[in-house]
Design a protein around this ligand. Structure first.
Ligand code: ZN
Length: 469
C-alpha cells in the first residue's frame, strides 16, 4: 500500500490525524498488507496531539515511523513504490486509480479517481479517523474479497455531526469545540474503547474527568495488537486502563484521566455518565445496571460499527436490549461439545484437526490452547465470523463515533443521536449504503428495562433530571 501525504496539505492537523490513523491501521494488518510505502515531506512539523506513539518526534514523518516501529508488525518505510492500492491523504484533484482520503471536522471519507474539495479547516480528529476507517476498509476489501462481488467504492463520506452519508464531503457541525467538560466513565479500554480515549485526548477544547475502566486480567494481548490502535508491542502484557492513562498523560490534553484496572462492578464512583465500549453482553448488562443519566454504547459486528444512545424516553433502548447475556464462553462451549461427543466422533474431530486423540482430550479437559488446541477449535467449526472479521477499521469507526457522540451530548447538539433517533450504523461491505441515524426502540422482550419497574422509574428520573439540568 502506498500512502502519500502531499507537501501542500501536510501541515494541516486534520491531514496529520488522517495520515497517522491510516498508517496506524495498515501497520497492524498482518497477512492483508505486505508493506507500507509512506511518501511524506521529512521537514513537516507535527501540528498538534496526533499520537502518544510518536514519542518526542518533531516531524510528521519521524512520528509516523516511530509509531509504526512501536507497532512492529507490517514494515513501514519512507519512499515511493509500486503498490496495489494508493491512498493520497487530503483534498485535491482527481488521481487516476488512487483513493483520496479526506477527513476534516466531523466528516470523513474516500473518493476514487475523483477530485475532493476542501471543507472548512478544523483540528478535530473525528472526520479524519472516519476517513482513515473507510480507506483501510477499502484496502481490506481489495485484499480479501473478490471485486466482482464487492466492487470498490467510488466515493463515500460520513458526517458524525448529522449521522448522514453522502458521495461528497458533508461540511456540517462546528469546526472547533471549546470548554467541553466531560464527566464520563469509559467502560472497556479494548478495541473500541482505546480509540475513543485516543480520540478524546486528541480533541482540542475537551477537558474534564474521564475514568478508564477495564477488568481484563490478561491486559494487552499480542493478538489484540491488530486493532488496539492506542497500544504497541511494548505494551503487551500490561493492564489496558492504566497503560492507556500512562500514554495519554503525554501531551497537553486538558482531560484528567483516572483509572480502574478492574471490572465495572467494582469501579468506585457514581458513574452518572457512561461510555460503553465493552465487547460482551454480560459486561453490557453490568453497565446498564448502573442506570446512568447518559449512556452511549458503541460496538462492532463483523464489518459494521454502531452506536446506540440508551435512554428510556420515547420507548428507547437500554444496553441489555437485544443483547441477551452469553450463556457460556464460546470456548467452553466448544470443549463441552467435544467432551459430550461419542468416542468415534471425538476420534473424527482429532483426525480432522491432525492431532492425536490424547492431545484433543487434553485440550478439552484443560482448555489449554496450544497449537493443537487452536487446530481443533477450528475443526469444531466455531471460530466465529466475528473473530475472523475483528478488523481495526470497524472498531476505529465505533470508537470515534463514541467519542464524537460524547462531545455532542455535552454540547447538547441539536442533531441525532436523539430521543427520536437512538442508533446509527456504518458498514464497510458497501459503505455508501450505511443508513446513519434511525429510530431504535427498546426490545419488548428485554427483562431489564420493563416499563414501570422500580429501576426504570429511577432511570427515567435521572435522565429527566439530566435533560432539565
Ligand atoms: Zn432493555
Amino acid at each position: 500500500v502506498a500512502v502519500e501525504v502531499p507537501r501542500e496539505v501536510s501541515g494541516s492537523l486534520a491531514v496529520q490525524h488522517t495520515a497517522w490513523m491510516v498508517v496506524n491501521m495498515l501497520a497492524r494488518l498482518e497477512r492483508v498488507v505486505g508493506s507500507v510505502a509512506l511518501s511524506c515531506p521529512t521537514d513537516t512539523l507535527v501540528a498538534g496531539r496526533v499520537s502518544p506513539l510518536f514519542g518526542g518526534a518533531s516531524t510528521l514523518s519521524d512520528g509516523i515511523l516511530a509509531g509504526a516501529g512501536a507497532i512492529d508488525t507490517v514494515p513501514v518505510g519512507l519512499g515511493h513504490s509500486e503498490a496495489d492500492v494508493c491512498l493520497i491523504i487530503g483534498p485535491g484533484d482527481a488521481a487516476a486509480g488512487a483513493f483520496r482520503v479526506y477527513g476534516e471536522g466531523w466528516c470523513g471519507g474516500v473518493a476514487r479517481s475523483q477530485p475532493v474539495a476542501a471543507g472548512r479547516s478544523s483540528s478535530l480528529p473525528f472526520g479524519p479517523y472516519m476517513a482513515a476507517s473507510f480507506a483501510v476498509g477499502e484496502v481490506f476489501r481489495h485484499a480479501r474479497m473478490p471485486t466482482s462481488a464487492v466492487p470498490p467504492v467510488e466515493s463515500v463520506f460520513y458526517s458524525l455531526w448529522s449521522h448522514s452519508v453522502g458521495v461528497t464531503f458533508i461540511d456540517d457541525g462546528p469546526t472547533a469545540v471549546d470548554g467541553v467538560e466531560l464527566d464520563e466513565s469509559l467502560a472497556g479500554v479494548g478495541a473500541v474503547g482505546c480509540v475513543c480515549a485516543l480520540c478524546l485526548w486528541a480533541t482540542d477544547g475537551v477537558g474534564g474527568d474521564l475514568l478508564l475502566v477495564d477488568g481484563d486480567k490478561d491486559g494487552v494481548d499480542v493478538s489484540n495488537l491488530n486493532r488496539y490502535l492506542l497500544f504497541g508491542r511494548p505494551h503487551v502484557g500490561m493492564p489496558k486502563a492504566s497503560t492507556a492513562r500512562t500514554l495519554l498523560k503525554n501531551g497537553p490534553s486538558a482531560v484528567r484521566w483516572r483509572v480502574h484496572d478492574g471490572m465495572m462492578e467494582t469501579a468506585p464512583g457514581l458513574h452518572r455518565r457512561i461510555l460503553c465500549a465493552v465487547d460482551t453482553n454480560i459486561a453490557r448488562n453490568a453497565v446498564q445496571s448502573r442506570w446512568p443519566e447518559t449512556l452511549l454504547m458503541a460496538s462492532t459486528n463483523e464489518l459494521r460499527a454502531e452506536i446506540v444512545r440508551c435512554n428510556p424516553c420515547n420507548d428507547g433502548p437500554c444496553a441489555r436490549c437485544y443483547n441477551p447475556p452469553e450463556a457460556e464462553t464460546p470456548d467452553a462451549e466448544r470443549r463441552r461439545r467435544f467432551l459430550e461427543a461419542s468416542p468415534d466422533e471425538q476420534q473424527a474431530f482429532a483426525d480432522d484437526a491432525g492431532v492425536t486423540i490424547e492431545e484433543a482430550t487434553a485440550w478439552a479437559r484443560t482448555g489449554e490452547c496450544g497449537t493443537s488446541g487452536e487446530r481443533i477449535r477450528q475443526v469444531l467449526g466455531s471460530v466465529s465470523q466475528m473473530e475472523s472479521f475483528a478488523v481495526p477499521f470497524a472498531s476505529c469507526a465505533a470508537g470515534t463515533m463514541l467519542a464524537a457522540e460524547a462531545v455532542k451530548e455535552t454540547l447538547a447538539a441539536p442533531v441525532p443521536l436523539s430521543t427520536e433517533r437512538q442508533r446509527a450504523t456504518v458498514q464497510f461491505w458497501r459503505p455508501a449504503a450505511s443508513v446513519g441515524a434511525k429510530p431504535y426502540r427498546r426490545d419488548p422482550q428485554c427483562p431489564q428495562c420493563r416499563p414501570g419497574s422500580p429501576a426504570v422509574e429511577l432511570w427515567n428520573e435521572r435522565v429527566r433530571h439530566r435533560t432539565r439540568g
